[in-house]
Design a protein around this ligand. Structure first.
Ligand code: TRP
Length: 447
């Protein structure tokens, strides 16, 4: 265990936080959940979950992480010594392991698609051919495993280099580029013939389609997309200096993440309808739709290469934030060398990842509780573990920490001025609203 690293600048913190939040969750998971949950009504509930539930957790994780300057386990130990609170750290570590295991599989698909784009494999393919291409990509045995390992390897190398040197530099260029590309795609998508049904699907809510499951999916996706509930934000916050304004940083993170998700929806849904793809196609939605749009764009092949590269970077900036949770924990709690912690985590994650990947193909018959292994990892983490981890964070800040400590942290020790009302409103959400609503949604949909 070395000396604790820290972020170099406010901008660096923002890039890291937004980098963690913006990823496959926005461009891959969000559009396909919108598709399977019937469109606009889901989006409205999603936005409400971001504002009312995910944001208070973001603040809480920020408060716990920065105040303790410690990993997920050590943080609770420091802030609540002589109690059993620290054990909740295990939930965060377990959840991070679960998520990164299937996330790396999808990260591998993005590398595969980058290679396909660079070798012009989409040109003039029909929607059916592109569906077939996706099915081939994910059901194969060897190639997705190789790409997954490459993805994990790169994640590990960056975490080894430290967040500051590797990631800040790339994110600063790639994230804005990705955003511009998604906007270009969105413009093409809404100007396609017959795209109007897609716009309606996105913006005209049909509340008759809402079930308890819709709420749970929206809640899980809000947490997944903002990276809250599994200690990514907590761990990053532990590297943030006492001078930073965490309220502003959290808001900026949430805003950039949400903008990305909405624009991704506008980029994809109109095209889905225009091309006659089924919106409830599932996890393949983005991978089938986007190549098709690129075929309709001037310089499409070139834009496709850029896009999949940027998507890969976005995925990496997210996966490092999950690996960092596990590595910081092993590092600090077991006094392991950073390198050792990384190798140990990798072995475990890669092993689980192999099963997630194979469950798309040769192991697709293996069902646990009616789900493939991949879906089980995805659903159990987003819909159960993240809400649980989030619940713990808000309960800790609202009920275990003293209000004075909370106020001290949120104002950065008085450095940042907020009115008493503002501080009080945030507190009310953390202490009462978030815990009650999260618990209600999870319990109602589970039983
Ligand atoms: N938010 C990221 C995305 O949207 C994924 C992610 C990173 C994440 N860290 C996390 C999800 C922690 C849940 C918990 O792609």
């Amino acid at each position: 265990m070395g000396k604790r690293e820290g972020f170099a600048s406010s901008f660096g913190v923002l890039v890291a936080m937004a980098g963690s939040a913006v990823g496959l969750g926005n461009l891959w998971r969000f559009p396909y959940l919108v598709g399977t949950n019937g469109g606009a009504a889901f989006i409205i509930i999603y936005l409400a979950c971001v504002l009312v539930l995910a944001l208070p957790i973001l603040y809480s994780e920020f408060i716990i992480g920065r105040r303790s300057q410690s990993n997920v386990f050590g943080a609770y130990k420091k802030l609540a010594p002589d109690s059993k609170w620290c054990n909740v750290g295990f939930i965060y570590v377990l959840c991070s392991i679960t998520i990164i295991s299937f996330y790396s599989v999808v990260g591998g698909w993005t590398i595969d698609y980058f290679v396909k784009a660079a070798t012009f494999q989409f040109s003039s393919a029909s929607a059916d051919q592109l569906s077939g291409m996706f099915a081939n990509t994910v059901t194969s045995t060897a190639s997705p495993l190789v790409y997954m390992l490459v993805f994990l390897g790169i994640t590990a190398l960056i975490v080894l280099a430290g967040v500051k040197n590797g990631i800040e530099k790339y994110s600063k260029i790639m994230m804005p580029l990705l955003f511009i590309l998604v906007i270009v795609i969105a413009i093409r998508s809404v100007t396609l013939e017959n795209s109007y049904a897609g716009i309606e699907f996105l913006f005209k809510p049909d509340f008759s389609k809402i079930t308890a499951q819709t709420f749970l999916d929206a809640l899980g996706q809000a947490f997944f997309s903002l990276s809250v509930g599994s200690g990514s934000i907590l761990t990053y916050a532990s590297y943030v200096s006492r001078k930073e304004n965490i309220v502003k940083l959290s808001a900026q993170t949430a805003i950039s993440d949400t903008m990305f998700a909405i624009v991704a929806g506008v980029a994809i849904m109109p095209a889905v309808f225009a091309f006659g793809i089924s919106p409830s196609e599932g996890p393949g939605l983005v991978f089938v739709t986007l190549p098709y749009i690129f075929n309709q764009l001037p310089f499409g092949s070139f834009l496709a290469v850029l896009f999949f590269f940027a998507l890969f970077i976005a995925a990496i900036t997210s996966s490092i934030s999950m690996l960092e949770v596990i590595v910081a924990y092993l590092d600090e709690e077991f006094k392991l060398k950073r390198r050792t912690s990384i190798v140990l985590s990798l072995i475990l994650i890669a092993t689980l990842g192999v099963f997630c990947s194979l469950s798309q193909g040769i192991m697709s018959d293996v069902k646990i509780l009616g789900n493939s292994i991949f879906d089980l990892f995805d659903k159990s983490s987003a819909n159960i573990m993240l809400p649980l981890g989030g619940l713990i964070a808000v309960i800790f800040v609202g009920w275990r920490m003293k209000k004075a400590e909370y106020a001290d942290e949120i104002t950065s020790g008085g450095l940042v001025k907020f009115s008493k009302t503002t501080v009080g409103i945030f507190y009310f959400f953390i202490k009462y609203i978030a815990p009650v609503v999260i618990a209600t949604i999870v319990i109602r949909s589970l039983f």
